[in-house]
Ligand binder design. Sequence first.
Ligand code: RAM
Length: 347
Amino acid sequence: MKKKSKILVLLMALVVVIAACAPAGNGDAGTTDGGDLTFAIVTKSAGNPFMERMASGFETASGRMGAASIVQHPSLITAEAQIEVINALIAQEVDGIAVAANDAQALAAVLQTARDAGIAVVTLDSDTAGSQMFVNQAGVREVAQVLVDSVYDMTGGSGQFAVLSATALATNQNAWIAAMGDIISEDARYANLEWVATVFGDDEWQASTDETSSLLASFPDLEVIVAPTTVGILAAAQYVQLVGSDVLIAGLGLPSEMLGLVGPDLPTPYMYLWNPVELGEVAAYALYAFVNGDTTGAAGESFVSQGGTTFNVIAAAPELGIVNTQIIVGLPFRFDGSNIDEWAEVF
Ligand code: RAM
């Protein structure tokens, strides 16, 4: 054996020994072999703490797999801003892109270009045509149901409510709002709820505050505002607290932002959400599964994430606004006066 070959054999033996000594586990500990990979996440927009937490989970999970990560928060909450960023990522030859889409259709062409270039593409948070799979935070009907039941409970079963949403084109909010309408019309229990308006604060604090103010002025008998957006619920709850209105604010909120606003005798008696950090992590694991050939994203397949969880790929649900096959990460979780302090420290 030549000297060089001997060294190579010795090195290989060393690698085997080191690998054997590495802690066994679910992939949460240690780094796997994503060494040459670069994954990118494109959020809806900059300045949204929910999106920042999602991106941080994505970065952490990519790091665990030994992959590099790129975080892009578009400056505007539009599909156009996302297209620009995605084109740049294609030029950089990243291996995977996860995107929280600002539009149900407008990204299809650029995502197809990415896929044609061999880049794995998943959506998370908000689905769009052109993705290979949607990493869905929680089932659409399940989210809509807790929103409707919050309104039912907070109005005492009858009365006026309004929806304060994010952008008018947001796939996720539109899906939840449409499912709320279905749930209300399907069940006579909700017959005395009067849905007076749906307004859009564009996931901006000031615009959401202005919309809240207009709702209070336009509907003096309004009892509840339900905001299926972390930006909207915060602005609305702060506004009613500021002006001393007794309109209650329901919806989806980030515990760390809603501290002091959630609990008995506060604007938001309770609210719901899921873990945005975990959502970002699962998106990175899903990209890895595509790149690794562990899934093609077809319904009926399943894959074990590097975090150790088995995900079943289920069918698209176009009637619920989900145009791609999907994995469901969890369920909406309730935050109230009893647990908000504890969760505020987590996300
Ligand atoms: C906002 C965004 C996001 C949504 C959450 C609940 O931060 O609109 O897309 O999932 O709220």
